[in-house]
Design a protein around this ligand. Structure first.
Ligand code: PPS
Length: 570
């Protein structure tokens, strides 16, 4: 397969028209896009999602969900939808133009709203992601983050989203096509990644390029990847170090501002279409490509080769050739990487491999990472970003009924951690937060969620900057706790502690006299009495407080922290 490097259509208007549209856009109803929508919009506008001309209409959406095809039959596996709140959608009329803005209010595009509908999200989850299971990050997003209503319609591009980081490394499809034309690359194999590259990746990409007799494009995703991944700043510094290890002038790197969905097989097909649009002729698809991890039953969402199989089926339509990923392992006796399935003398050689989990353990515990596994420059970047756990920030998040003892245990824990003195400690107690940060909020679900998200935000900042945040709200909703966990785990550990005092015991103690008032109906929406509490299913620790001293409860938390490597053993 040889490339066709003619420019592909973009959705941008000319500079003059853009200036005029910007001036006139003040009149339009505005939508502030979410980070994921901004990623989608960028690739819509610059042709990365060619042939899409805007956010999907209802007919296109139905076709994509049911059979991976737009209404006109064109292959397209991923619903690119503009989700909004019911309130925003209600105020619109079909045919109306709206302004799409970034999070600072800069106008990026306008969209003519041709379609508005309430999607069946359970169906979307089943068909697109394979199961309506919220352990899948995109299904979780669909149900808990995305708005209830979808808008569809063509987009007119005004300007690209602004990126202040690694500008020289970001290319639109047409910029890459122009580059390939200029350097005479007629066959280009793209490597998609959301992880740092180590020696095995370098070896396999190099082999893939040789096999396809092509040049190599390292094309990492820097938009949104799986929650918990290594941040893209660190990764790009790692990629830059690895780039020097390839033979000069055979390999290039470009950053892709894609918001991944972790949809395995469908995602692989989508990735292929995006790379074709970027002028590539070949695409490496691995074992469990874009896999989301385990489902709620602890099993893989997709079979290990499902992505390769689906890709192969649609390869001609995608217009890019698949290079299947070889599982590379290190053969100690020969001091080199070899494809696992090509080693004939397996019984006589020593095969070494370090899994992602093992790598994270070694980083966490400050253990050796051997030279055969990675490049010293990469390891240095990772060590800098991930100091041993005992030097990282973390959050202890207590949850339980009012009067369960959360605050008392949290206070005792704070004092003990301050006595150790190695990191700053902040206590975000439910009552205290409600007097300061959330003083205007009540106890509706909406207000409780807002309260917890605020606590989570402050805790994530503390964690990011190497401190210890102790939170002690009721936090009755599991989905909100999970969202906070995701925010924090981007920066450090999240230790959920369920203070499991029963509602009967809390009511019996009734320290603040609130249960009595709640029973009398004088306090409404009281957790455990007239409002729900989702018991944490899988907290890091559950403490019982009946017949147990506070000191002992706080000590159990300390032991857990020690056990997780978050505090050094004494
Ligand atoms: S939440 O649900 O997490 O936002 O609640 P939180 O911020 O932790 O606030 C709980 C404290 O507010 C008092 N209080 C109530 N709790 C539950 N339900 C209702 N309706 C309510 N009204 C007031 C109560 O004293 C809680 O304090 P704690 O420290 O939990 O006993």
């Amino acid at each position: 397969m040889l490339s066709n490097l003619a420019p592909i259509p973009e959705l941008y208007v000319s500079y003059e028209s853009a200036q005029k549209m910007k001036a006139e856009a003040g009149e339009l109803t505005s939508l502030d896009l979410t980070p994921r929508q901004i990623c989608d919009l960028e690739l819509l506008m610059n042709g990365g999602f060619n042939p899409l001309k805007g956010f999907l209409s209802e007919a296109d959406y139905d076709g994509v969900v049911e059979q991976m095809r737009l209404a006109d039959g064109t292959l397209w596996p991923m619903p690119i939808t503009l989700d909004v709140s019911e309130k925003f959608a209600e105020g619109l009329e079909l045919g109306q133009d709206i302004a799409l803005r970034d999070q600072e209010g800069v106008i990026l595009a306008t969209m003519t709203v041709t379609d508005r509908w309430t999607p069946d999200k359970a169906r979307e989850a089943e068909k697109v992601f394979g199961a309506d299971d919220q352990a899948h990050p995109a299904v979780n997003y669909l149900h808990n983050v995305a708005g209830k209503v979808y808008l569809g319609g063509p987009v007119t591009g005004i300007q690209q989203p602004v990126h202040y980081d690694f500008r020289a490394r970001r290319d639109t499809p047409n910029e890459l096509r122009a580059f390939f034309r200029k350097v005479g690359w007629r066959r280009v194999v793209a490597f998609q990644t959301r992880n740092p590259l180590h020696r095995a990746h370098q070896e396999l990409t190099f082999r893939a390029a040789r096999e396809a007799q092509a040049n190599l494009l390292i094309h990492p995703v820097v938009g949104m990847t799986k929650p918990g991944d290594v941040d893209h700043f660190t990764r790009v510094r790692c990629y830059e170090a690895v780039l020097d290890k390839y033979p000069a002038a055979t390999t290039s790197m470009s950053l892709l501002n894609l918001a991944m969905r972790m949809a395995g097989p469908r995602e692989a097909v989508w990735h292929g279409l995006i790379r074709r649009n970027h002028g590539c002729t070949h695409f490496i698809v691995g074992r469990d490509h874009a896999g989301p991890g385990k489902n709620s039953a602890g099993e893989d969402f997709y079979g290990p080769y499902e992505a390769q199989d689906l890709f192969r089926k649609y390869q001609d339509e995608i217009g890019i050739e698949m290079v299947d990923f070889k599982h590379m392992v290190y053969v100690q006796e020969r001091a080199q990487y070899e494809p696992n399935d090509e080693i004939a003398d397996k019984d006589n050689v020593t095969i070494l491999n370090i899994s992602g989990t093992e790598l994270r353990r070694r980083l966490r515990e400050g253990l050796e990472i051997p030279e055969w596994f990675s490049f010293p420059e990469v390891v240095e970047q990772l060590r800098h970003r991930y100091p041993p756990r005992s030097q990282q920030g973390f959050t202890v998040f207590f949850t339980g009924f009012s009067g369960s003892g959360k605050s008392t245990i949290a206070n005792a824990l704070m004092v003990k951690l301050m006595e150790m003195g190695d990191r700053p400690v902040t206590l975000l107690d439910g009552d205290i937060v409600r007097k300061n940060l959330s003083s205007e909020l009540g106890f509706s679900k909406e207000h409780r969620d807002l309260n917890i998200r605020r606590i989570g935000y402050v805790a994530s900042e503390i964690t990011k900057n190497g401190g210890i945040a102790i939170c002690a709200p009721i936090a009755p909703y599991a989905t909100t706790r999970r969202a906070v966990r995701e925010d924090i785990e981007a920066f450090g550990a999240f230790v959920e502690v369920h203070v499991a005092t029963s509602i009967e015991e809390c009511e019996r103690r009734d320290r603040k006299g609130l249960y009595k008032l709640a029973r009398e109906g004088k306090i409404k929406e009281f957790t455990g009495i007239s409002d729900p509490y989702d018991v944490p299913e899988d907290p890091e620790l559950r403490v019982e407080t009946q017949n147990v001293e506070v000191d002992n409860c706080a000590h159990q938390v300390l032991l857990k922290l020690e056990n997780m490597g978050l505090i050094a053993g004494r």
